[in-house]
Design a protein around this ligand. Sequence first.
Ligand code: COA
Length: 378
Amino acid sequence: MGCCIVGCGKGLPLLDVTNDELAELVDTSDEWISSRTGIRSRRISVEESSLDLAEVAARQALGWDGETPGFKDQPAFAPEDIDLVLFATLTPDALLPSSAALLRRRLGLTNAVAFDLNAACSGFVYSLTVAEALMVASQSGTNGSKGRNKYRHALVVGAERLSRITNWDDRNTCVLFGDGAGAVVVEWRDDAPGIISSYIHNDDDTTNSLVCPASFDSPFVFDDNGVNAALANDPAGILADASLDRIDQELGVAEGVAAGEPRQAIRMDGQKVFKFAGNALTNAVLEVLDRADLTLDDIALIVPHQANERIIKFAAKKLGLGLERFQISIAHRGNSSAACVPMTLSDAYDSGKISSGDKVIMVAFGAGLTSGAVLYEA
Ligand code: COA
């Protein structure tokens, strides 16, 4: 018995932006981007919100938009079947309510407990791990529910609009990111193993290698003495929020912000992140294998986070695996953070690379620094 993946889907924005088009914005080239990252184009949402993309992915995973590749014998779920919605994102459309609550309302999932989770690019793997833990605990009654609130079906989503926190003047980062959403439906089954092992892990990002401060629009009218009425009419009143400056110092962005860089934008030390990512990906794969008492020979496919094809190649070499054992979908997507793993999983199902009974590892890494993996039997 266990938590089985019984549906999967993805939602992509319409606009496809090529490397050549980006070369009109910043000093870069298709040759540089594709040889250093494997990315040729990325989807950018113009009109689609994170929620719109998530809705498309979720409807597909729930079997509401016809047959889902890889799950052809699975009947569509009824809205009231879903007990739990976990929504991984670092780019929600709103702070209140959560994206999960909005998705619950749009889809009419009236029985679901719904909340968001931010673990950056590892968000989907973290969310799946949390969903599984809640589902397992609720079956056994160890969560103090007295048998009530049994979570039998979870909708786990990763959706992002990284384009809204990208500095389109910064060639070091803007060529890497894209938008999109992916979703899975997880079902508690008495007769199948489903998720066999999982692993989530944090390291401190001591050098601020991957950061993005949050910005707030409302004027801040307090100083050390309390309300400062003069600030209420000052368009630059927000600058009086001394805590923002302290956060900028803590994240190492104060100098850039003072020099006029956009405040709420992703900043990254590519080489430091690359080094962390290659090792984190490898370690997480080995850790879930060890926890499951399995070896790489037992694994049909690895579905990694898509940040840079060279990171996947690095991990493949370290693990002694051929690249054909990895699902690589980066060429026309780029890195869409928490959406990457479920979208890439959906690609693997679409192309028939996952069959019933196969053992699959999903693995991710990201800001925080976070990393993790989930090993399951399809
Ligand atoms: N086009 C052209 N040149 C660029 C460029 C671009 N888009 N971006 C950077 N460069 C330049 C740099 O300025 C540097 O020039 P310099 O030597 O004159 O200073 C040169 O290319 C090499 O930069 P470097 O950082 O050494 O390149 P790299 O081979 O490490 O590749 C990344 C850069 C960002 C692609 C790579 O480090 C990476 O993928 N890191 C991990 C990113 C990641 O995974 N992020 C998300 C984690 S979830």
